[in-house]
Design a protein around this ligand. Structure first.
Ligand code: PBG
Length: 326
């Protein structure tokens, strides 16, 4: 059938029918709100490069989590900023560390809110890299295998404190398997792993490094995070993590990586989460502040685009705001 029998505008031009035939939508159950908790704070601190977002004190995180839950969001992703940093990120696995304490507080205030603990060392090391350092071929680099036990210990500490899931974001090889083994050995076989399987070495993380106080003191993360030029490699990373026991695959960044989201979702058919990162948030907020874009409309369009690309779940700094309006 061709024009004039076929008219694509017929369904578009009717507001009710247009909504009925929409292929994708946003729903609060799809949204995950990242939260930053900082051990040395006594009151919330704004994050300059992420307008509207704050670092929370341990004493205030539960109230914020309750607010997020009341908006309709069902899960938060927790990042901790410890009082003390050292070479091996000791505080990342401390049972009374900032994240375990925050988890306990949130679980008490909002028992139905799922708490996902981000697992990485960069917030906890004094050099800001995502693992412990070593030497290879005369260069200082992150020692992959020595890092695995640190990550596994951090995951166990968060899970023991009540985390509903752990999300390793370090990009070491073999860390999903190491974490799975440690959880299973610790009577925590029921705790799922949301693996940042496909994490690119991206310049879109800039504002996050202010928020999490985790910039690398030297060099960059290209020795462990992925090259933005690659997508076949994304499939290999995803396959490895699934073999090692990952339950959900996270892809990040999101907005410029819709092709990767689509390929991973179509190849593996497992739950996929897209992380709309700090730089994506900051770009939209900055343009909106200048009056150059319609903020709310653009936020929805961005999140809808990620769902359309194939993401089941969206990790976004806009989660609570958007859920509250849906
Ligand atoms: C650290 C981590 C980063 C992000 C999440 N976990 C930053 C990095 O790898 O440097 C970025 C999130 C964002 O930009 O919103 N492991």
């Amino acid at each position: 059938m061709a024009f004039p029998e076929h008219r694509a505008r017929r369904l578009r031009d009717h507001p009710v029918l247009r909504r009925m035939v929409a292929e994708t939508d946003l729903s609060p159950r799809r949204l995950i709100q990242p939260l930053f908790v900082k051990e040395t704070l006594t009151r919330p601190a704004p994050i300059a490069s992420m307008p509207g977002q704050r670092q929370w004190p341990v004493a205030g995180i539960a109230d914020e989590a309750r607010r997020v839950a009341e908006a309709g969001v069902q899960a938060v992703l927790l990042f901790g900023i410890p009082a003390e940093k050292d070479a091996v990120g000791t505080q990342a696995s401390a049972p009374d560390g900032v994240v375990p304490r925050a988890i306990a507080a949130i679980k008490q205030a909002a028992p139905d809110l799922a708490v996902i603990a981000d697992i990485c060392l960069c917030e906890y090391t004094d050099h800001g890299h995502c693992g412990v350092l070593g030497q290879a071929a005369g260069r200082t680099t992150v020692d992959n295998d020595a890092t695995l036990e640190r990550l596994a210990a951090a995951a166990v500490a968060s899970a023991r404190a009540g985390a509903d899931a752990v999300a390793p974001s370090d990009m070491m090889d073999g860390r999903v398997g190491a974490i799975r083994d440690a959880l299973d050995a610790g009577d925590l076989a029921h705790v799922p792993i949301f693996s940042y399987a496909v994490k690119y070495a991206s310049h879109f993380y800039g504002p996050f490094r202010d928020a999490a106080e985790s910039p690398p003191a030297f060099g960059d993360r290209r020795g462990y995070q992925m090259d933005p030029a690659n997508t076949d490699e994304a499939l290999r990373e995803a396959a490895d993590d699934l073999d090692e026991g990952a339950d959900v695959l996270i892809i990040k960044p999101a907005l410029a990586y819709g092709d990767v989201i689509r390929r991973v979702k179509e190849t593996f058919g497992v739950p996929v989460a897209a992380y709309s990162v700090s730089g994506e948030y900051a770009m939209v907020e900055a343009a909106a502040e200048r009056g150059w874009i319609d903020r709310e409309a653009v936020v929805r369009e961005v999140l809808l685009a990620l769902r359309r690309a194939g993401a089941d779940l969206l990790i976004t700094y806009w989660a609570a705001e958007v859920a509250g309006k849906l």
